[in-house]
Design a protein around this ligand. Structure first.
Ligand SMILES: Cc1cc2nc3c(=O)[nH]c(=O)nc-3n(C[C@H](O)[C@H](O)[C@H](O)COP(=O)(O)O)c2cc1C
Length: 368
């Protein structure tokens, strides 16, 4: 079985689209399929001219001489075509739209009743139009994909065609966050299973689909991370501009007032019991860099106690170089932004990290 996949993101191999497409194709290959990815951004596929020459003067052949002709040949012969596209204005990206419009030569112009609707039959008998749709988008809600899905239902609304499966990932920008890769393993595993199932069964099982349709992180975590990301990006050019206009800001003196161990030991002083409520959690610090060490904070019954060592089942583990964690603790670095920039990573309950400032906003914070 041959699977031809189109990646319609202008970001190509760095796209969130590719982060979903790869495990899908890996799963398909495990089930014995032969796969190929076409990165549309690397090809010249001009917009359709609307001249219908491919239906009249040169049936099956487009007047435009670009990279589309060999693709049409590949599309005809593939058993399954995967359309993988970011959501752009509630539909496919421009790159993907050009590809879809330029599909016209593979259709016969006559309008006949095909199943439920009138449409154009395929030009060639051996043509296969079994399609998988993969998409991700920036917004958090699944119904952002409704227009896109409708487009693909109509695109495949023909007895010779089938929309075999859809994998739709809202909050898609989080797929690229290195700090989240460990916590997203379950998602990529489900995508891999989906690839396997499409080849083996011709569809995604309801069990796998249910996993794929889960939120990849809770809404409040998404909002906090997404907006912190945009803040970090908007702030960066401003800082650069100031540097150019007013010279380099002086570095802070290197003499750190306390060690990282002191800093973690002092965290219970800043613990806000009221904000914690009945929270029970263990926050593990796996510290590297200049002052490596293992520490954890145990939060239970409105108290927070710091320990040196490794807890067997922490709720959240923070893997950070000591310099980074010191800078965050001193307020020199924004914790969420530093994570988005890959300066440290986490494992476990993201909600706990999101609550960090609130949990350690006690009276002691000002005295430090
Ligand atoms: C021009 C443009 C239009 C977009 N339109 C939407 C949209 O309608 N809805 C949405 O949720 N996200 C939208 N996004 C966000 C992208 O879907 C999101 O950034 C996605 O993760 C990009 O995926 P990629 O890395 O595979 O290209 C848009 C982005 C761009 C650049």
């Amino acid at each position: 079985m041959k699977i031809l996949a189109f990646n319609g993101s202008p970001r190509g191999k760095r796209s969130n689209t590719d982060r979903i497409l790869h495990p899908f194709l890996e799963g398909a290959m495990e089930a014995g399929a032969e796969t190929e990815i076409i990165y549309l951004k690397d090809l010249e596929i001009k917009p359709c001219l609307g001249c219908f020459t491919c239906w009249t003067k040169t049936p099956g052949v487009c007047v435009q001489k670009d990279d589309m002709a060999p693709l049409l040949e590949k599309m005809r012969l593939a058993d399954i075509a995967v359309y993988a596209t970011p959501l752009y204005i509630f539909t496919v990206s421009g790159l993907m739209k050009n590809l879809m419009d330029r599909y016209l030569p593979l259709l016969d112009p006559h309008i006949v009743k095909r199943g439920e609707h009138y449409g154009h039959p395929p030009r060639y008998e051996d043509e296969n139009r079994r399609i998988v749709l993969i998409s991700n988008c920036g917004f958090p809600e699944r119904d952002n994909f409704s227009g896109l899905v409708e487009t693909f239902y109509r695109f495949t609304d023909d007895p010779d065609s089938e929309l075999m499966a859809t994998i739709l990932c809202p909050m898609g920008e989080l797929l690229g966050q290195s700090a989240l890769q460990d916590s997203l393993r379950w998602y990529y595993e489900a995508v891999r299973n989906a690839g396997n199932e499409v080849v083996e069964l011709g569809h995604i099982t309801p069990e796998t689909q249910a996993i794929l349709d889960r939120e990849i992180v809770p809404m409040e975590v998404f909002l906090s991370m997404a907006n912190a990301y945009w803040d970090s990006q908007i702030a960066a050019p401003k800082a650069k501009k100031e540097t150019v206009e007013h010279g380099r800001p002086l570095s802070l003196p290197a003499t750190a007032p306390i060690t990282l161990q002191d800093m973690i030991a002092g965290m219970p002083l800043n613990f806000n019991a009221e904000a914690a409520g009945d929270l029970q959690a263990v926050m593990q610090f796996d510290i590297g860099g200049e002052e490596p060490g293992q520490y954890y904070l145990q939060i239970a019954e409105g108290r927070c106690v710091a320990f040196e060592g490794k807890h067997p089942s922490p709720t959240l583990t923070i893997h950070a170089p000591s310099e980074v964690w010191m800078a965050i603790s001193r307020g020199e670095l924004d914790g969420t932004q530093a994570m988005m920039q890959g300066k440290y990573s986490i494992e476990g309950d993201l909600n706990l990290l999101i609550r960090f400032n609130e949990l350690f906003s006690g009276a002691g914070a000002d005295e430090r």
